[in-house]
Design a binder for this molecule. Structure first.
Ligand SMILES: N[C@@H](CCC(=O)N[C@@H](CS)C(=O)NCC(=O)O)C(=O)O
Length: 205
């Protein structure tokens, strides 16, 4: 059977997997999931009800973008997106986790905006503070090297981070580019890649 990715076109976590599959030149079928009315076929294979879910040719089901990314890298190592040395891999996973945490907080802040809950509640302040604290952390890291871990090559951490910053643009605003030069240059450079351009999330009408 053909590989399947259950996804949503605006999902930053699905985007991580689409970029990795394109970079690894792997064929697959995209199945869009209506997240407001999840089909039974999707619920059956996704206990947490979130995209992405990946189904391998042999029927193996994997959910959670990081588990999928690690599986893909171990199974199809060319090109590699996680370092093989344990210490370097840990560093990569840490930056990926920070990027995913940024993505989660943007999703939750956008949901508050969507229901027009603009009160400066504890929860809103917590989300905004967490997002605002993470931006300079990425900026400072990118002052040290061209990519998050080195000058030589991008990793799964860069992929996750570019998806979260792309999601920031979609759901909140694009003002961060005015304040953070290293982030802006890194983000623009990664968007020259053929795997990245076609996955830019676009607002739905
Ligand atoms: N930790 C999960 C997060 C996935 C996630 O939050 N997906 C969102 C879309 S970006 C989703 O499916 N939300 C639907 C829902 O929560 O009902 C991953 O890395 O895959």
């Amino acid at each position: 059977m053909k590989r399947i990715v259950y996804y949503h076109p605006q999902s930053n976590f699905s985007r991580k997997i689409r970029i990795l599959l394109a970079e690894k030149n792997l064929d697959y079928e995209l199945k869009e999931v209506n997240l407001r009315n999840k089909p039974a076929e999707f619920i059956k294979i996704s206990p947490i009800g979130k995209v992405p879910v990946f189904v391998e040719e042999d029927g193996t089901v994997i959910w959670d973008s990081t588990l999928i990314a690690e599986y893909l890298d171990e199974t199809y190592p060319e090109p590699n997106f996680y370092p093989t040395h344990p210490q370097a891999k840990l560093e990569c996973r840490k930056w990926e986790e920070l990027a995913d945490n940024l993505g989660d907080n943007i999703i939750n802040l956008w949901r508050l905006n969507l229901i027009n809950d603009l009160e400066p509640t504890f929860y809103r302040i917590k989300l905004e503070t967490s997002i605002n604290n993470l931006l300079p952390v990425f900026e400072q890291q990118l002052a040290k090297s061209k990519y998050l871990l080195s000058d030589e090559e991008w990793t799964a951490a860069d992929v996750a981070a570019l998806c979260s910053f792309g999601y920031y643009n979609l759901r909140l605003n694009e003002d961060w580019v005015l304040q953070y030069d290293n982030l802006k240059n890194w983000f623009n450079k990664l968007h020259e890649r053929e795997s990245v351009k076609p996955t830019i999330p676009i607002p739905l009408n």
